[in-house]
Design a binder for this molecule. Sequence first.
Ligand code: FE
Ligand code: CA
Length: 558
Amino acid sequence: MHPSRRTVLGAGALVGPALLTSTGAVGSGAAVAAAPDSRRTAATRPFPTSPFTLGIASGDPAPDGFVIWTRLALEPLADDGLGGVPSRRYDVVWELAEAESFRRVARRGTVSAGPETAHAVHVELTGLRPGREYWFRFRVGRHVSGVGRGVTAPAPGSLPASMTVAFASCSNYPAGFFTAYRHLADERPDLVLHLGDYQYEGPANAANLRPHAGPETTTLAGYRQRLAQYKTDPDLQAAHAAAPWLVVWDDHEVDNNYAAEVSEKPAEQRQFVDRRVAAYRAYYENMPLRRTSVPSGPGMQLFRRISWGQLATFHMLDTRQYRSDQANGDGFKPRGGGYDDPARSLPGHFQEDWLLDGFADSTARWDVLGQQVFFGGRQNAEAAVPTVSMDAWDGYPASRQRITQGWVDAGVRNPVVLTGDVHAHWGSDLFLDYADPTTPVGSEFVTTSITSGGDGYDDPDGAHPWADDNPNLTFWTNLRGYVSTTITPQAMTVDYRCLPRVTTPGAEVFTRRSYVVEDRVRGMQQTADAPLVTTAARRALPSDEQVVADTIREETGY
Ligand code: FE
Ligand code: CA
């Protein structure tokens, strides 16, 4: 039984057993379910304006429920990170319905929001029916939040006919409008995977299109303020309201290119563990995560598995918190510095073992790795001495080999890797040996950024200059967007969704290229191709040298 701060059963039909849990506080102690809360509340002091300025969210679906989230703020950009909410407790009522109209409330409960979480609340709903939609909202006094759509996972033994999954990464607020999130919301997928760089840590810069508030984020107040600023974005709010999310972070939620407890810049190392603690705490507060992810000491449990019946298992990895430090500097560097030492690991050895156990135990039709950094091999053979990304799996080849061999040895039926981080759409088939790319053992789909890198450009052939020397690379375009997939027992279809521009609002979305992976068939097969050729949106493709320079710049810094 989970600890419960306060549980109130509402009127209306109860769907399943009345097991409701909620928590409002990091490290809150266990209490008996439905125990009265003796603390004073602020029910008699209503908010003058709506405190639901940061939207709502749901996440981490199970067959019997999901997490719902909100955070109260009146002035989201307040410097102290507390959103202009008085430093006291508020009762937040949540409501669940079986229809979007909300004509009948199926369940209702109350959770207490306090300053210790910057007035964020997480409610873990249980006892719901598998494989269906629900609708939720919050109330404080007379103020009502927007309505969110939650989805429960199908029953464990079932084989659903289909599911839709969209995945995204790298939403840098100053770089452009979050139009891609709006289009993703309009698709109403069953599940959204956010693969990291949900926020960026850089300081306010008045020259930016949409400047950050505050200095570079290093403190709890700073991270809370930054996340609040992002959460005010209406397109991001729409994407959260549209579907449950599975979130994993990359580096910018804390500090560019950090590794475990090693900061990017040596000069910032002394305070780095404190900085990471602050960042992880604010991340938990602002994401629809389960209680298992409440930060503890300097760490936070983020890697986890979510199953969609027998159709798909999502292995969500954390490739930042436990990684060995980059071997030879953080950027594109010649192979060296002991980069291939088998003692080194990108996910950390215990997370590798957890993943290998997951492959061995899997009975899913599709095993999907949701993770941060480029998995397949890519070398820049145009440098005098070929270079690879020391921050990606190329910088940790022994770790990559153990995982790839692991799914091959376990006989995983359909392994697929989903990736973010690099601010461009890529496709790569996966091999045991990238020097001998003849027989693929899986496929990797890499999503571009929501905004990072700005408007970008499109190559009519969808081919990066590196594809000549890296035959595993199937596709590349430097436009912004996200990836939409449909998974059935027979196939996974993948649409690379693109926007012609993000520096002006309201751009349309189009499918740049499509692939299918068929059940038990290794390798992706192209099914559609639509380059950006309209004269209004087309931009000149730079020289190969400039494309490579842009690629390395985007992957090394912001
Ligand atoms: Fe990024
Ligand atoms: Ca990154």
